[in-house]
Design a protein around this ligand. Structure first.
Ligand code: NAD
Ligand code: MG
Length: 412
């Protein structure tokens, strides 16, 4: 039985992790959860899972949660009410909860950085969905992983696919430690991309893209921010940087392939030119379960893949003109140091401004590019945590200023 702490329990990754715990109660027990503002769901999760500790990002909501729990009828109430904690300190407490064996990092955005670091520092094995943390702060996160011995298991479906393919290689021992050390024999990674919400739109049609269009994904059901990232293909760009840090592979050897069916979750090419792929229905529960049960495989009754039902799997190169975010991500990754943190924060802020109807979909890459450009002369190659946090807020501020001042940005 593994005890797990779930950061971001009310989100897409978090709720799917809790569903796994419900489905396999002999294997997994939820001892800690953290959430943002969705109190009704948090209460439901407490009743269902009886965690030992609950952290709310918004401290001011703690009294309301306490009152709600105390007013539950004796049948509904868990045998022992959880310890309630709040704010960043509270999130860190839940992330390093003593009784937890593993931490699922499912907070969205760089808000996950400090709790994830707390989990790493306490030596817990980490199930990483929160890619923004690694992208923004790899120069801090990778040495911390090495120091603490915490093992990073990638939950992002593409990186899980690569990780699963690597298990069959002689160097599998090192392939899960994810400390940025080059993986021997790994010649190339092909990250598959569904193409996002606009894959069948022409570049010209994108001028008419609305929030509703950008937040509906053809294959995956996910949180709003990552769904917009999939529509811009920034998600794939971020995943290129994530793959670079996880598997220690050069950017020249990471390729993006559009695969509309989302059945092949990514591929690796090895030194003898053999290519390995991992296949499955697009369902995040699979990579999450694999992380939770690694190195073993859990028997499941889940829908089995039948390729004859699908008929054909197709592939094409991505259109970098239609999707400039991919090249921005490659450039930021190659620049290294603080540049990925700038790219990531500018993207988070640009997507938030888009969702607030302040900028158009096509402005997202423009504000990111301008922000990265401005950072070029200030780039730090090996930043510490304070520098990463400072650069993250500078980048967000820069986007806000661009949105409020630069008339060329607003193509609304
Ligand atoms: P989501 O928006 O559905 O959920 C986010 C969770 O984080 C919620 O529990 C929310 O309460 C919490 N949260 C938000 N802001 C917070 C803050 N400031 N402090 C503390 N908690 C906060 O997002 P998601 O789709 O579950 O994505 C989570 C992470 O997993 C992202 O980094 C995303 O890129 C990654 N990921 C998601 C999927 C997917 O299928 N959803 C797939 C691959 C990777
Ligand atoms: Mg992914």
């Amino acid at each position: 039985m593994k005890a797990i702490s779930v950061l971001g329990s009310t989100g897409s990754i978090g709720t799917q992790t809790l569903e796994i715990a419900e489905e396999f109660p002999e294997q997994f027990r939820v001892v800690a959860i953290t959430a943002g503002v969705n109190l009704p769901l948090v209460v439901k999760q407490i009743k269902q899972h009886n965690p030992e500790v609950v952290a709310l990002a918004e401290k001011s909501l703690l009294p309301e949660l306490q009152e709600t729990l105390e007013s539950l009828s004796s049948q509904e109430r868990p045998p022992k009410l959880p310890t309630l904690v709040g704010g960043v300190e509270g999130l860190k407490i839940a992330a390093s909860w003593e009784n937890a064996d593993m931490v699922v990092s499912g907070i969205v955005g760089c808000a996950g950085l400090l709790p994830t670091l707390a989990a790493i520092r306490s030596g817990k094995d980490l199930v990483l969905a929160n890619k923004e943390t690694l992208i923004a702060a790899a120069p801090v996160v990778l040495p911390e992983l090495k120091r603490s011995g915490s093992r990073l298991l990638p939950a992002d479906s593409e990186h899980s696919a690569i990780f699963q393919c690597l298990q069959g290689t002689p160097w599998a021992e090192n392939a899960h430690l994810s400390t940025g050390i080059p993986t021997p024999g790994l010649r190339r990674i092909q990250l598959t991309a569904s193409g996002g919400a606009f894959r069948d739109w022409s570049a010209d049609d994108l001028k008419k893209a609305t929030i509703a269009d950008a937040t509906s994904h053809p294959n995956w059901s996910m949180g709003r921010k990552i769904t917009v990232d999939s529509a811009t293909l920034m998600n794939k760009g971020l995943e290129v940087i994530e793959a670079h840090y996880l598997f220690g592979i050069d950017y020249q050897q990471i390729e993006i392939v559009i695969h509309p069916q989302s059945i092949i979750h990514s591929m690796i090419e090895l030194s003898d030119s053999s290519v390995l792929a991992q296949l499955g229905w697009p369902d995040m529960k699979l990579p999450i379960l694999y992380c939770l049960s690694w190195p073993n495989r859990q028997e499941t009754p889940w829908r089995r893949l039948n390729l004859t039902e699908i008929g054909e799997l197709t592939f094409k190169s991505p259109d970098t003109e239609k999707y400039p975010c991919m090249d921005l991500a490659y450039a930021a990754g190659k620049a290294g140091g603080t540049m990925p943190a700038v790219l990531n924060a500018a993207n988070e802020e640009a997507v938030a401004e888009f969702l607030r109807e302040k900028i158009h979909f096509l402005d997202i890459p423009k504000v990111i590019e301008k922000t990265c450009e401005k950072h070029k002369n200030d780039l730090k190659s090996n930043p510490n945590l304070d520098e990463v946090i400072a650069i993250d807020s500078w980048s967000r501020q820069n986007v806000k200023e661009l949105v409020s001042k630069d008339k060329n940005i607003l193509t609304l």
